[in-house]
Design a protein around this ligand. Structure first.
Ligand SMILES: Cc1cc2nc3c(=O)[nH]c(=O)nc-3n(C[C@H](O)[C@H](O)[C@H](O)COP(=O)(O)OP(=O)(O)OC[C@H]3O[C@@H](n4cnc5c(N)ncnc54)[C@H](O)[C@@H]3O)c2cc1C
Length: 556
């Protein structure tokens, strides 16, 4: 067993293989080649392959893609539908009401429907062709700083081959130190390295707390004869049922190629009912006549779940540090008003690449030099888009129909509305204690009729996500106080982790004598990170499991 830790040096290291970093790496290589400059660039991704952890809607606004790869159509960009026609509905439990007027930001004409997993595979191949060293199967588990200082000098990838009890197995491989002049953090929502950077360097100080939504998504094959295949409808969005007015969220259905539809349901994680279960809301949405009629006779091909950062402009962290920059969802650049973050993520990666190239030219990697990235963002359409939506999520969080008046006022005043900035509260603080709520458990599993083909229970859905992990490894979910889970958390909230997790990672076991235990199934984990965000006691810490584990999405 060779236990020597290798150390590799690069000019630039991208951590995460999502659209932000892939676009950044491609843009950097293109610019360097044009300038006749040779640079060593590496990109790591915790999934087994690029795209395997990518899950999105996805309607792509091609604005950044056009800039990055102007001939993307000729280059075989995988597009499911080239154009989008919008339909927007308010749903009651049995009826649908089409909204006659949709604000401009909800229009999707000129956008493409894509599968983010396929799109990332395509971008990854392009990055490799340009000379980027792409290493899937490697999870960044530790940020490396210069000795005694705050300058980021790279990251350490996780060890492989450690058993459940922390002992080295015969297959042990130590993680690698990847050193770089500049490290780009593009870990997506709730990055585990970014959390640690936040603690050490205070990059979230003076910002509003980040808030999230969690989504369950499927790709469904519908019968070839389904009228939906030949209808002009490509995009359906809904709000209302099953959430009502007081919980943020809604559903989407997008037409794909080959008799397939992309179907998802998004729930704001500031929901209050501790007995609420996002997965059940997803099933209820699927069973609404608007959706059930379209997917009738179909079968689920793939399922998955992911969170998205909804806070927007006022929650953006400091973007440039000594030796590092932060891009995409990690930098809270998703525009929740449009439910779009791929274009802003890509553009942020590209703007970061421009600042990095200047830094490489001047051999100066301080926060001040890399701060050019922050200025680039400020001058770009990212700022314009996010600033116009700066209070949108807060407005959605208001109770009742009053929120629509606030949204209207924001629309007419360029995002300002009645109060600017509107306050944001942490998702984990919103759950009402059971004693203070008489909310019924509106969607219990028993009320859902499942057939194992089109309507799935969590474990069948999990199977269709392709999720696997090395079983004999330390649990990647750290629960500092297990006793708290089965005492206070049980009494006040009935262990909400057993419901908000879409993959049945958390199970409550009770014996006849009444003693309780929280059983963890970490190998079920879909890496959505809902648990770390929503746990009311901040008693769940999500860390990266062994690289290569997790879902194997290919069409989500
Ligand atoms: C249900 C849903 C619907 C959406 N719909 C749309 C839409 O229609 N249009 C749109 O434009 N946007 C949409 N979005 C948002 C969009 O998907 C994101 O904004 C976008 O993917 C962000 O890109 P990113 O590169 O910043 O992060 P991600 O796409 O999350 O990529 C981050 C990558 O980093 C990897 N990673 C994380 N941590 C580590 C680590 N420590 N080491 C190694 N690798 C790591 C992850 O595995 C992942 O592959 C949607 C999102 C969801 C969840």
């Amino acid at each position: 067993m060779d236990e020597t830790r290798e150390s590799l040096e690069f000019d630039v290291l991208f951590v995460g293989g999502g659209p932000a970093n892939l676009a950044g790496a491609i843009h950097l290589m293109n610019m360097a080649q044009k300038a006749g400059k040779e640079i060593e660039v590496c990109l790591i991704e915790k999934a087994e392959s690029i795209g395997s952890h990518s899950l999105s809607g996805a309607i792509l606004d091609p604005v950044a893609l056009q800039e990055l790869i102007p001939d993307y159509l000729d280059k075989g960009c995988p597009i499911e539908q080239p154009n989008c026609s919008d339909e927007f509905y308010y749903l009651t439990s049995t009826r649908k009401f089409r909204i006659p007027y949709t604000p401009g930001y909800m229009h999707n004409s000129g956008c493409h429907i894509i599968s983010l997993s396929k799109f990332c595979v395509w971008l990854g191949e392009m990055a490799e062709e340009l000379g980027v060293m792409v290493f899937p199967g490697f999870a960044g588990t530790e940020v490396l700083y210069e000795a005694g200082g705050d300058r980021v000098i790279g990251i350490r990838t996780g060890d492989k081959g450690i058993d459940k009890d922390g002992n080295k197995r015969p297959v042990f491989e130590p993680g690698v130190d990847l050193m770089a002049k500049v490290t780009v953090f593009g870990e997506g929502p709730q990055g585990s390295l970014l959390r640690e950077i936040g603690k050490k360097l205070g990059i979230f100080e003076d910002k509003m707390p980040q808030v999230f939504e969690t989504a369950i998504k499927e790709v469904i094959e519908i019968p070839e004869s389904s009228p939906f295949n030949t209808s002009a409808t490509t995009v359906v969005h809904s709000f209302g049922y099953p959430l009502g007015f007081d919980t943020k969220g809604g559903g989407f259905l997008y037409k794909m190629k080959n008799n397939r539809v992309s179907l998802g349901f998004v729930v704001g994680l500031e929901y209050e009912d501790p007995l609420f279960e996002p997965y059940q809301a997803f099933l209820s949405f699927k069973k609404h006549p608007l959706i059930a009629d379209i997917i009738k006779g179909g079968k689920v091909l793939q399922q998955g779940a992911k969170t998205l950062p909804a806070g927007g402009y006022y929650t953006m962290p400091r973007l440039a540090l000594d030796g590092a920059v932060i891009v995409g969802d990690s930098a809270s650049m998703l525009n929740i008003q449009r439910l779009k973050g791929v274009h802003t993520a890509m553009k942020s990666g590209m703007l970061a690449a421009e600042a990095i190239l200047t830094a490489l030219d001047g051999e100066n990697y301080t926060a001040e030099t890399l701060g050019a990235y922050e200025q680039n963002v400020d001058r770009s359409w990212i700022k314009k888009e996010l600033y116009a939506a700066r209070n949108f999520d807060q407005a959605l969080s208001q109770k009742g129909v009053g929120k629509f008046i606030t949204i209207g006022a924001q629309y007419l005043s360029g995002g300002r509305g009645f109060v600017d900035p509107m306050e944001i509260k942490k998702d984990r603080l919103s759950l009402r204690k059971l004693e203070n709520t008489n909310l019924p458990q509106t969607m219990s599993p028993e009320t859902q009729d499942l057939d194992g083909k089109l309507y799935l229970d969590k474990l069948t859905g999990l199977y269709l996500s392709g999720t696997t992990h090395e079983e004999n490894q330390p649990c990647h979910l750290i629960i500092p106080d297990q006793n708290l889970c089965v005492t206070e958390c049980f009494e006040k909230y009935r262990c909400p982790c057993t419901r908000f997790c879409p993959a049945q990672v958390y199970e409550l076991e009770e014996d006849p004598e009444g003693s309780r235990r929280l059983k963890l199934n970490p190998s079920n984990c879909l890496h959505c990170k809902t648990c770390e965000i929503k746990d009311p006691y901040e008693n769940i810490i999500w860390t990266c499991p062994e690289g290569g584990g997790g879902p194997k999405y290919s069409i989500l």
